[in-house]
Design a protein. Structure first.
Length: 311
């Protein structure tokens, strides 16, 4: 995790903080008998009790896919950031690349507990997510009362709405493939689908132009594969954190891209209306450029929000 420039095609032109401006520690924690691994980023200068941002990658991604740049900027601004890989991805145990929503939320909860045991961080807790992981942090913020702020980039708010936009044929194929995989997996005969594919493919992400943008964030030395068990689709289609927004009491930032082909910016704005303490920012960006070409604008909005939310 020390290699920084470049880690992927999308971020080659990013300006990164000088390495002496932050420190890193390897961290690990248990989730249902499996070990999740990550990196704790700490601000330089030994500040007293910095807030901690607990963060994980989006759909099907490893933490090396553009996320260290975000964590570094948080640390440079005086926050601690615990960035971890979900089970079955990256450096965490398992390599099935199964997108298990409940297990991923459990990993977030375990990461929060792990952060609580770090003497170098304070009590203020920020939950951060992008795309699918934004759905996780919104769901957790609806369930917990120890969350001081939430940041959701291009948040996946309604998996059913996304699937419906792809058409009834997609829904039928996803359900059939997912059920076949769920049954077949018990007998060692599971099947996979691409994580990101073309518009006619049965994949977790199918919107036009998204495959190239996703692949451009993949770390050049990653062992990641563009596949997930087909049963992953069953959970994604039914995942609707939008129904729980009115349960969130913490200040919450939703950042939408007006060029996002996956998450509709108007839907994000409408969701923000349901938040008790919500801030919605729409900017010219797509689902992946908030970690690449539009990184500076996106991180600026996040830092401004956190400064106000944690005063």
């Amino acid at each position: 995790m020390t290699r920084r420039n470049p880690v992927n095609r999308a971020q080659r032109r990013l300006s990164r903080p000088a390495r002496e401006r932050f420190a890193t520690r390897a961290v690990a924690f248990d989730v249902d008998g499996a070990t999740c691994r990550g990196t704790l980023y700490l601000p330089g200068g030994d500040p007293d009790d910095p807030p901690v941002v607990v963060m994980a990658p989006g759909l099907g991604a490893a933490r090396t896919f553009g996320y260290p740049a975000v964590a570094e900027r948080f640390a440079d601004a005086g926050y601690a950031a615990l960035l971890f890989d979900h089970p079955e991805f990256g450096d965490s145990d398992g390599d099935s690349q199964h997108v298990d929503l409940a297990r991923q939320r459990a990993a977030y909860a375990a990461a929060i507990d792990r952060a609580d045991r770090v003497d170098a961080v304070g009590d203020d807790l920020v939950l951060w997510g992008a795309s699918l992981s934004a759905a996780h942090v919104l769901t957790l913020a609806a369930e917990r009362r120890d969350v001081d702020a939430v940041v959701g980039l291009v948040p996946m708010l309604d998996g059913r709405a996304i699937a419906l936009r792809r058409g009834g044929r997609y829904l039928a194929r996803a359900a059939a493939a997912g059920l076949r995989d769920r049954i077949g997996d018990r007998f060692g005969r599971g099947r996979t689908v691409p994580l990101v594919g073309g518009t006619e493919e049965l994949a977790a992400i199918t919107e036009p132009g998204t495959k190239r943008k996703y692949i451009d964030l993949v770390d050049r030395d990653s062992a990641w594969r563009n596949e997930t068990p087909a049963r992953s689709l069953l959970g994604l289609v039914g995942y609707r954190p939008v129904t729980r927004l009115d349960e969130i009491s913490a200040p919450t930032l939703l950042l939408a891209g007006t060029d996002d082909a996956i998450v509709d910016a108007d839907a994000v704005a409408a969701a923000g209306e349901r938040l008790d303490r919500g801030t919605v920012v729409s900017m010219p960006a797509d689902h992946f450029s908030v970690l690449g070409a539009d990184f500076e604008g996106a991180i600026g909005h996040q830092l401004s929000f956190l400064k106000d939310a944690l005063e």
